[in-house]
Design a protein around this ligand. Structure first.
Ligand SMILES: [Zn+2]
Ligand SMILES: [Zn+2]
Length: 347
């Protein structure tokens, strides 16, 4: 290399404690690509990680997994990218060979989570060969870097709705008005469903839900969500309920809200070791369909990229704060207080 670019990386030392460290810039091996990060986005997963660590990653660890950037250097055998290319990518990719991949369930691939790219809160990021080969793309020229970094969360939402199959006649309810809940609401509106109802907490979140196009917003702190829900849809209740709080109470609420013959999508993963009780009478005689989609498949990433490139969704509105990498501690303070949906971190 002719010059050594600055290479800071945020490293989580222990819960709630990270340092911005100067790193030796990595050199890409065969199939790998080194990018200069242009934008990394905050995610609820990062906040959980920040608070309590992650069962699959030990401290100290780099973190941040939603990103876009510009290619700095490519490893041997990389043909789809060259230095200077603007790139967007998902942080994971399936192996294509395991039991689950052979059945089209690449979201459950045995390698998909333990080979995930972490370390996007940094100047430079090395993308492994399997991600470069399968889930990395040129960024469309008109797409801003911050919106391009929405590829991974949008792919999760696209996957869940491909499982849920919302229909135009339906009243759809989203529980949770965080970034994921509101991305669901935006996608449901774009799908042209009859009515989108969002239940959530916090004045600013409820205001943002209305701004994103929710037809009705329910304040979960002051209103009884289940009785509000069962009054919807001519007194039958919502056809589809998408749970996006990741709390046991949210899962239980979703089961109470959905109409007879309706579908529940448990989108938000809860803490390990938790469980919910099922009313077996209601489950069977009300013929409920319970779905719990996790992660995404390559087809969902391609669809998410297409939606971002078209720029019709307005999903970029989810990013309502921009900060520098050096301001990462303040970003996590804001995330803890719920003052921001998604923050763009610009090195
Ligand atoms: Zn994420
Ligand atoms: Zn696999």
């Amino acid at each position: 290399m002719t010059q050594t670019p600055s290479s800071r990386q945020a490293v989580l030392i222990e819960p709630r404690h990270f340092e911005l460290r100067e790193m030796t810039p990595p050199r890409p091996g065969p199939g790998e690509v080194l990018i200069r990060v242009k934008c990394a986005l905050s995610c609820g997963t990062d906040l959980k990680f920040y608070r309590r660590g992650h069962p699959l990653f030990s401290f100290p660890t780099p973190f941040g997994h939603e990103f876009s950037g510009v290619v700095v250097e490519t490893g041997a055998g990389v043909e789809n990218f060259k230095p200077g290319d603007e790139l967007m990518a998902a942080p994971t990719a399936p192996c294509g060979k395991c039991f689950f991949c052979a059945r089209g369930q690449e979201n459950l691939c045995v390698q998909v989570i333990d080979t995930m790219v972490m370390g996007a809160y940094a100047d430079l990021l090395l993308l492994p060969a399997h991600v470069v080969a399968r889930n990395a793309f040129r960024k469309p020229p008109g797409l801003p870097f911050d919106e391009a970094a929405l590829l991974e969360p949008l792919a999760c939402v696209v996957h869940a709705q491909a499982v849920a199959l919302p229909r135009k006649v339906e009243t759809c309810m989203v529980l949770g008005a965080g970034a994921f809940g509101l991305m669901h609401a935006i996608l449901l509106k774009a799908a042209g469903v009859a009515r989108v109802v969002v239940a959530g907490r916090g004045d600013s979140r409820l205001r943002w839900a209305a701004d994103m196009g929710a037809d009705l917003v329910i304040d979960a702190r002051h209103e009884d969500v289940a009785s509000k829900a069962t009054a919807l849809n001519g007194g039958y209740g919502p056809d589809l309920v998408i749970e996006a709080t990741g709390q046991v109470s949210g899962w239980e609420s979703a089961l109470r809200c959905v109409r007879r013959g309706g579908r529940v999508v448990f989108f938000g993963g809860c803490a390990a070791g938790t469980s919910v009780q099922l009313d077996t009478r209601r489950m069977h005689y009300d013929s409920l369909t319970l779905l719990a989609p996790f992660h995404f498949r390559p087809a969902d990433v391609i669809r998410a990229r297409q939606l971002l490139a078209e720029r019709n969704l307005g999903v970029g509105r989810i990013i309502n704060e921009h900060r520098r990498l050096s301001e990462l501690p303040q970003v996590f303070d804001m995330l803890e207080r719920g003052d921001v949906l998604k923050c763009a971190i610009i090195p």
